[in-house]
Design a protein. Structure first.
Length: 264
């Protein structure tokens, strides 16, 4: 299955598709795994594969092990556009997942570059040029300052950021005003495909772990959950985290369940 957690996926004629920038071109991605070059050149964005069989499923709580086993291999398009990953994580701050998805779609439709029936994230230059009134008209007044601070920092530092190891990049992004550990970790995980960098004790992971295994004695506090999660994952922290999020995303698309608001 393909993981469709990123709010850049839009539905057109019953098909989920997403526009994505690479360094050399713009691509239209189809949920079933197809890609089409729209402009520029170069390779399509890479697809990362996460395999439940790499986990020690016998060490997991039974409900969670069963849920992840039913997924089979999960494929996820890696977000090659660091700016998109960063802006997306900012939009996801504080608000609930369903609201963030709607806001993301509205923002792209209003200010982004149209690609077929979807649109790219507005460029950092476009975000910096937007007035307070434009943000207010979109219901995004409280997102203006963090998005514009991130856009300004991205234009100044993106060449340097792209050369940093992923764990160092997480720390570097937190120098930007209003970007905390959650936002930085979520953005870098999206960009690199390494979900050991994702804030794996956040509400989304805790929610889906408990939904998959409601009988489990999951710690309610973040530090306690994080320690339990690391112990269960062993050397496969990225795989366990992304598969749980993939199960949650798939589960949420069946009955409409919202995984909750996210911190900064």
């Amino acid at each position: 299955m393909y993981m469709l957690d990123h709010p850049g996926w839009d539905t057109a004629d019953g098909t989920l598709n997403r526009a994505m920038r690479t360094q050399a071109g713009t691509w239209l991605i189809i949920a079933e795994g197809e890609s089409q070059l729209i402009s520029g050149s170069g390779d399509a964005p890479p697809v990362d594969t996460y395999e439940p069989v790499t986990l020690d499923l016998t060490a997991l709580p039974p409900g969670l092990a069963h849920a992840l086993r039913t997924l089979g291999p999960v494929r996820r398009w890696r977000n090659t556009d660091l700016w998109d990953a960063l802006a997306t994580a900012i939009i996801r701050q504080v608000i609930r997942a369903g609201q963030a998805r709607k806001m993301h779609q509205m923002f792209r439709a209003a200010a982004g570059y149209k690609v077929a029936a979807t649109a790219l994230m507005p460029t950092p230059e476009r975000v910096l040029a937007m007035s307070a009134e434009e943000f207010a008209d979109l219901g995004m007044a409280f997102k203006r300052r963090p998005l514009q601070a991130a856009a300004d920092a991205y234009l100044d530092h993106h060449a340097e950021w792209t050369q940093l190891p992923a764990d160092v990049l997480v720390k570097a992004l937190q120098a930007v005003p209003r970007i905390g550990p959650w936002t930085a970790g979520a953005a870098v995980a999206d960009h690199t495909g390494d979900f050991s960098l994702y804030p794996y004790a956040d509400l989304a992971v805790r929610t889906w772990a408990a939904a998959a295994d409601p009988a489990g004695a999951w710690p309610a506090d973040e530090p306690g959950f994080a320690a339990t999660w690391r112990r269960l994952a062993g050397p496969h922290l990225s795989t366990l985290t992304v598969l749980t999020l993939a199960w949650g995303d798939d589960h949420a698309r069946k009955p409409p369940v919202d995984s909750g608001a996210q911190p900064r």
